[in-house]
Design a protein around this ligand. Structure first.
Ligand SMILES: NC(=O)c1ccc[n+]([C@@H]2O[C@H](COP(=O)([O-])OP(=O)(O)OC[C@H]3O[C@@H](n4cnc5c(N)ncnc54)[C@H](OP(=O)(O)O)[C@@H]3O)[C@@H](O)[C@H]2O)c1
Length: 273
């Protein structure tokens, strides 16, 4: 299976499809991660707040894959914002993962009311320069937050991981990412299944012989986003990786574009703390 990779603005590459592990129980994370890597996943999206970084690291070791074949992401939680707190938080994540570096570290939420995300960003720049983190990015940042970071430091995040699904298509933010050279990565890409029954999804599923989930994940791939669906079932993991033996037509992409309602599954980045 040919799995596409996207080029980051620091010259590194990220697999376009990965496994998300939010809400995967700590006790079973190692098994889920090892199963996913065995099926062909090469990107795992973790975070300190998910409480399962130790399992992510164990799953990676159990897979037997060389470290440099797997792209590992973690995130700095809101309570750890600020320069020194971020340095300590990333070291703690590396300790739990039992890794000497992660491939990508993100500021999990901007928490604009605390006004600390630029200090956190300076800490990530330092950790990148020291080699503890290969690439640095953000999550849930709006255009204004991105522009502030770049104005203050001159360093453009490689990626912004945001809620993106057929009901929340983030068209303006994706266009800004393109202009700034930032990869879009979609969280809750399946949108809690709320668009599975929508006619454009059903019709594309019928024509291609794929499931609604596969149609939606393929839509993310064709938007040019990186996508990190979560499944704890072996069949779900395999299904979500089988996206490269079919394509949506332009007409199907346009029909899916009509499903945008702007409704979120998760919190609003402007107020979430
Ligand atoms: N940066 C952030 O603030 C943020 C926020 C939320 C999430 N994330 C990241 O994004 C990842 C993905 O988001 P998510 O976990 O919220 O949601 P998701 O991947 O959109 O959906 C996961 C849900 O869909 C089900 N599912 C998976 N594959 C399916 C399929 N092929 N057919 C039908 N149902 C399927 C899963 O159940 P089964 O396990 O039973 O398959 C699970 O209930 C997270 O795991 C996390 O890594 C980041």
């Amino acid at each position: 299976m040919t799995q596409p990779r996207l080029r980051l603005n620091d010259g590194r590459m990220i697999p376009q499809i990965g496994l998300g592990i939010w809400q995967v129980p700590a006790a079973t994370t190692a098994a889920t991660v090892a199963a996913a890597l065995g099926l062909g996943y090469r990107l795992v999206d973790g975070a300190a707040i998910y409480g399962n970084e130790a399992g992510l690291g164990q799953g990676l070791r159990h897979s037997g894959l060389p470290r440099d074949e797997v792209f590992v992401t973690t995130k700095v939680w809101n309570d750890d914002q600020g320069h020194d707190a971020t340095l300590r938080a990333v070291e703690a994540s590396l300790g739990r993962l039992q890794l000497d570096h992660v491939d990508l570290c993100l500021i999990h939420w901007p928490v604009p009311a605390r006004k600390l995300y630029i200090d956190s960003w300076r800490a990530l720049i330092r950790l990148r320069d020291e080699g503890r983190v290969r690439s640095i990015g953000v999550s849930n940042f709006t255009g204004e937050h991105l522009e502030r970071l770049v104005d203050a430091t001159g360093v453009v995040p490689v990626l912004n991981q945001v809620e993106l699904n057929p009901r929340l298509q983030q068209t303006a933010l994706r266009a800004l990412h393109d202009r700034m050279g930032i990869v879009t990565q979609s969280w809750t890409p399946l949108g809690q299944g709320k668009s599975f029954a929508a006619p454009p999804v059903q019709e594309a599923a019928k024509r291609t012989g794929k499931s609604p989930a596969q149609v939606i994940l393929r839509w993310h791939i064709q938007l040019g986003a990186s996508v990190i669906p979560r499944s704890t079932r072996t069949e779900g993991l395999a299904e979500n990786l089988t996206l490269f033996d079919f394509a949506l037509t332009e007409g199907e992409m346009s029909a899916l574009a009509t499903l945008d309602t702007g409704e979120r599954c998760g919190p609003d980045p402007l107020t979430f703390a």
